[in-house]
Design a protein around this ligand. Structure first.
Ligand SMILES: C[S@@+](CC[C@H](N)C(=O)[O-])C[C@H]1O[C@@H](n2cnc3c(N)ncnc32)[C@H](O)[C@@H]1O
Length: 254
């Protein structure tokens, strides 16, 4: 039997213990007292680990700056994230939400070990009142937030950054639950160049008739996507992220 019978398998680039090692690194730094309560310094310490030890699949500096610009422009009260990992984006965007008069950054993370690391780093950054790390699968948590706890009735700004095979079904769920509103909702999809999200972008760019054709050929399970919802999307390219060339799609509802 594996020595971790209840944990997901390690990947080549993550979940091999480096995320807990990051906590040891940060909490043993000689400048911990200066880092505490300072989101920029927490992010700097994570970036130091990434460059000195092992890479971490964080949104990173360039894309992060672009997205904090969108937060400053739109000033959402609540922003949602699908896929939180060790909390880099939660610290960066949670701080931006706070600075722009918002209430909360909700980060949904399926892996409880990653969520535990993220919770410690959010706490260290002094953002506990602004960032909620929710452990669970994005589709289950989104449904609960929208239909049960009713925390969300309109998506203002959502950052889609979990696994690529979920990029289309989760927005389909948001379509079904009628929380994507013209003029009010913006979706940001990370990694649309590397590794890419062609199936999701095909949906975003399709006309209602093309969407009906896609649905007739797709397994949508119990989901009820809305083919009549029309999107307007642009991809912002970045030449030099920590992992090379990449892009963030910025998607509005027409
Ligand atoms: C690319 S990382 C997120 C990086 C993070 N947003 C950042 O920039 O700092 C992807 C994360 O999505 C999580 N994930 C994968 N499937 C998920 C699901 N169904 N629901 C929520 N999180 C999921 C993974 O566990 C992983 O931590």
């Amino acid at each position: 039997m594996s020595d971790k019978p209840n944990s997901p398998p390690a990947l080549k680039w993550a979940l091999d213990g480096r995320e807990v090692d990051l906590l040891h690194y940060i909490f043993n730094r000689s400048d911990l007292r200066q880092i505490r309560g300072n989101p920029a310094k927490v992010l700097g310490a994570i970036d130091d680990y990434h460059s000195q030890f092992k890479p971490l699949m964080n949104v990173g500096v360039a894309k992060g700056k672009f997205i904090t610009g969108i937060i400053a422009e739109r000033k959402p009260s609540v922003m949602i994230e699908l896929g939180g990992y060790i909390g880099y984006s939660a610290v960066l965007f949670g701080d931006a939400i706070r600075k722009n008069g918002g209430k909360q950054f909700l980060s949904i993370e399926k892996n409880p070990e990653m969520a535990a690391v993220a919770t410690q780093l959010v706490e260290l950054a002094g953002l506990r009142d602004y960032v909620r790390i929710i452990i669970g699968a994005s589709n289950t948590v989104l449904r609960e937030l929208i239909t049960e706890t009713r925390d969300i009735d309109t998506v203002e700004l959502i950052f889609i950054d979990h696994w690529q095979d979920l990029y289309r079904p989760d927005p389909w769920l948001l379509e079904e639950l009628d929380v994507l509103k013209p003029g009010k909702s913006v979706l940001l999809a990370d990694n649309v160049i590397m590794p890419g999200a062609p199936v999701y972008l095909e949906w975003i760019h399709a006309t209602p008739q093309e969407k009906k054709d896609i649905l007739s050929k797709s397994d949508v399970g119990l989901l009820k996507p809305n083919p009549d919802l029309v999107y307007d999307s642009r991809a912002q390219e970045f030449q030099d992220t920590e992992f090379g060339r990449d892009g963030v799609a910025v998607i509005h509802i027409k």
